[in-house]
Design a protein around this ligand. Structure first.
Ligand code: FAD
Length: 278
């Protein structure tokens, strides 16, 4: 069982708890992006098991008629084994999702995986005429070109600042520079994309900027935030008729994810310490 201090960030160990969480979000007008925790498998059986778990989850989402979708990490479904295993498993998930009308996001991992992830996205976006989305990271120097490359494809793009500690040769290390890049990418995405832009950020300034860009260009957009982060803002934005999705991880491999959330922000550490003392 997940201890109460981790429950803030993780929706539960089982798919049924994750779906209960998504159903609760739905009552507040907040959609849910469910992510089964797992990454960097070097065993094809583990990658196949998580692929199967996503297919079953997609069936459950479709039967509940709630606003929910899934987000998959490439290394969870075989990218560390081979590009072929990753692509086969991803195709299986997206095919199942297309039949059930459930959206599939592809998370972006470190810079060594960008090409193969975008190639897979491009193929699927064309094959299923949308129905899939991919994440692009503002800290990578290549991302403006990647956004151009994807501009005319159906499907959605999630813009994030980037979570991986990348080499200097390929990335911006300075936070102000990454923020500048994020703004420039938001502007380009709102200007040139019809398919929709997902703003994967908790940053109030970026969210406000996205709202301004939406007013200027009319491009459909959604705000995406993590479970456990700015919950009130998520609900308030939804109440103002902004499309909001909460990225909610679940599954038995929650410990590493929980530590990452604690490490990235001192307020989270205070929260964990308080929960232990109380
Ligand atoms: P930051 O730049 O960290 O902070 C800016 C401001 O936002 C802060 O000053 C504060 O006002 C507010 N804020 C930030 N965090 C908090 C908090 N915990 N509580 C209260 N206020 C806060 N990265 C990837 O590399 N690949 C992915 O596939 C990926 N997917 C993601 C999906 C979603 C839905 C989200 C939200 C993030 C994802 N990320 C991904 C992570 C992303 O790259 C950033 O590392 C992360 O979102 C932190 O950047 P930020 O824009 O939220 O805000």
């Amino acid at each position: 069982m997940i201890p109460p201090i981790a429950n803030k960030f993780v929706a539960g160990e089982s798919p049924s708890l994750a779906l209960d969480h998504a159903t609760r979000n739905h009552t507040y007008g907040v959609g849910t992006i469910l992510n089964l925790l797992g990454e960097h498998y070097d065993n094809p059986k583990e990658a196949a098991a998580d692929t199967e778990a996503y297919c079953l989850l997609i069936d459950d989402i479709a039967s509940l008629e709630i606003d929910a979708c899934v987000s998959v990490k490439p290394s969870q479904i075989g990218l560390d084994i081979s590009a072929e295993v990753f692509e086969t498993n991803l195709h299986q998930i997206v095919e199942q999702a297309a039949e059930r009308d459930v959206f599939v996001w592809i998370d972006m991992e470190d810079y060594t995986t960008t090409d193969v992830t975008l190639d897979a996205y491009e193929e699927l976006a064309l094959k299923y005429d949308g129905g899939v989305g991919v994440c692009l990271q503002a800290n990578l120097k290549r991302t403006r070109e990647d956004l151009d490359r994807l501009a005319d494809l159906p499907g959605k793009i999630r813009l994030v600042k980037g979570a991986y500690d990348e080499p200097k040769s390929v990335s911006y290390k300075d936070k102000t520079r990454v923020d500048e890049e994020y703004r420039a990418l938001l502007e380009a995405a709102f200007k040139h994309r019809d398919g929709g832009v997902a703003v994967g950020s908790h940053d109030p300034e970026m969210i406000e900027y996205a709202r301004q860009l939406h007013e200027e260009y009319g491009t459909p957009y959604e705000i995406q935030m993590l479970m456990g982060v700015r919950k009130d803002a998520q609900r308030n934005l939804a109440a103002e008729d902004v499309t909001v999705y909460q990225y909610a991880p679940y599954g038995s491999r929650w410990l590493l994810y929980f530590y990452r959330r604690l490490r990235e922000r001192k307020e989270n550490l205070f929260f964990a310490a308080r929960a232990v003392v109380q």
